[in-house]
Write a protein that binds this ligand. Structure first.
Ligand SMILES: Cc1cc2nc3c(=O)[nH]c(=O)nc-3n(C[C@H](O)[C@H](O)[C@H](O)COP(=O)(O)OP(=O)(O)OC[C@H]3O[C@@H](n4cnc5c(N)ncnc54)[C@H](O)[C@@H]3O)c2cc1C
Length: 455
């Protein structure tokens, strides 16, 4: 099933909280939906015209049988030298490395590869437009999807935005403006793009490439607001906000948050000193993300993530892992390697998996358990590529169940800017989380000394 009735989508996916906000359900002809920001700080479709609830729409969480493996198979099975791995799906080649040319790496979140590729595609007239996430021009919203058509505009969009976004507006623009587009997005958004391309010929013709960013999970607006409040300023004072400020002398994952205020002052705090930024806790996470089994964007022509691997972690400027599935994009990369514009080495599937091992465990083993728990409570769940199965290992089971509670509580909390109250509200669950994930004191001490030594 590639599309479904809008009323079914509302009843199953939206009303049960499984929407990730991508907005592709608004882009089919006669869709009754428009996207709206909820009080919990996430995008969700609302019904604009009840008379259209019988029309067909698409949704990455609702178009059940057309899963990531099937989409990827249709797209890539005939690509020369394509391989398949049960964990990482279809791939042509895997790389780890960074951009040498210009300031892409310094200005990017990781190795700067996404921005470099987008600039290359524009400057060589392979695409006309890059669809990605940039600072917002709308009042009250920090970031939004936008369309860039030159390198300067692309570079302004560099860096990861851990903030809710929707493609509703840019999909309308793609319909209006003829041209060749590349769309950048997290895995469920790219699955959504594949679904809408299947349904609407115009999108099929215009969106010629998709690039996925690996994804741990999506955050609500409250994540950013909780960070701002720890800088003792208000949101209206913020001019620029960097979720991934690289700090010389620290390992790549030990980055900070940098805020420049409208008054011109600049503040940097280490993320390890900002409450709620530990990704393992999953605070302000969307429920949909706990029901997604695609970590690396298996349906995209190319995917980019962080090389969270011992060989690369020491480089504070950051290193990408890259998965190619499209022959033309892979050729662009191999040519750039030979020209020395990028410094990429081939990576094994095992290393690629290891770079995201926690993510894969949570989205595969953990997901089996979450599905089984929800079904036990007679709740509707989206059909996934893993089957529901209760976790037998009691420690892992407790880890997964603790994470569910942290997600639920932090998603609904009203205390996101009142950090003392927030800490109080979540402290018991966070303590349990730390006990369950307990790293030995010795290991923590070694890490501290290591960080100090490479300063
Ligand atoms: C919500 C989120 C979760 C992530 N989780 C993981 C993870 O678990 N593991 C991992 O290895 N990597 C993860 N990443 C990806 C990682 O942070 C880097 O984006 C990636 O390594 C690319 O780095 P780069 O230097 O090549 O990108 P850059 O050159 O900095 O370019 C980044 C590009 O991504 C676009 N972008 C930024 N935020 C978004 C967004 N929310 N949605 C769509 N496009 C966006 C920007 O507009 C820009 O074009 C995540 C990113 C996001 C946004």
């Amino acid at each position: 099933m590639k599309s479904l009735k809008a009323n079914k989508l509302k009843e199953k996916v939206i009303d049960n909280g499984f929407c990730s906000g991508c907005g592709v359900c608004t882009a089919t002809k006669l869709s009754p939906f428009k996207m709206s920001l909820t009080k919990n700080g996430n995008y969700q479709p609302i019904v604009e015209d009840v008379n259209l609830l019988d029309s067909n729409v698409v949704c990455p969480f609702g178009s059940n049988d057309y899963d990531e493996t099937i989409i990827a198979k249709e797209k890539f099975q005939n690509t020369k030298d394509i391989k398949f791995d049960t964990q990482i799906g279809y791939y042509k080649k895997l790389y780890a490395g960074h951009v040498n040319e210009g300031t892409f790496r310094e200005k990017g979140s990781s190795g700067g590869s996404i921005s470099w590729l987008c600039v290359y595609l524009l400057e060589n007239n392979i695409v006309d437009f890059v669809v990605h996430v940039k600072e917002s021009v709308s009042e009250g919203v920090m970031y939004q999807y936008a369309i860039s058509s030159n390198s300067n505009q692309v570079n302004k969009g560099a860096k990861s935005r851990y903030y809710p976004i929707t493609m509703e507006g840019v999909l309308k623009k793609i319909e209006e403006i003829e041209g060749k587009y590349i769309v950048i997005g997290v895995p469920c958004f790219i699955k959504g793009i594949n679904l809408i391309k299947n349904e609407v010929q115009l999108f099929k013709e215009r969106i010629i490439f998709t690039a996925a960013i690996f994804c741990g999970h999506l955050k609500t607006t409250h994540y950013l607001e909780s960070i701002i409040s720890q800088f003792n300023i208000t949101k209206s004072e913020v001019k620029t906000f960097d979720f991934r400020h690289k700090i010389k002398g620290r390992i790549a994952s030990d980055y900070g948050t940098k805020i420049i205020t409208k008054g011109g002052s600049s503040q940097i705090k280490l993320n390890s000193e900002i409450f709620g930024t530990n990704w393992g806790l999953g605070l302000f996470k969307l429920k949909a993300c706990d029901y997604c089994d695609d970590v690396i964007g298996e349906t995209a022509d190319i995917s980019f993530g962080d090389a969270w691997l011992p060989d690369y972690i020491e480089e504070y400027l950051g290193t990408n892992v890259i998965v190619t599935r499209n022959a033309q994009l892979d050729k662009i990369i191999t040519d750039a390697i030979s020209r020395g514009e990028v410094n990429y080495n081939l990576l094994s599937p095992e290393h690629l998996y290891q770079s995201q091992a926690g993510g894969f465990r949570h989205r595969r083993e953990g997901l089996k358990h979450r599905l089984a728990k929800a079904i036990e409570k007679n709740e509707w769940v989206p059909k996934k590529r893993v089957l529901p199965k209760k976790e037998k290992n009691s420690k892992r089971r407790k880890i997964y169940e603790n994470r569910i509670l942290l997600q639920e509580k932090s998603f609904k909390t009203n205390n996101y800017t009142k950090i003392d109250l927030l800490k109080n509200e979540l402290s018991a669950l966070i303590k349990d989380n730390q006990k369950l994930n307990n790293k030995s004191l010795l290991k923590r001490a070694i890490n501290k000394v290591r960080r100090y030594l490479i300063k």
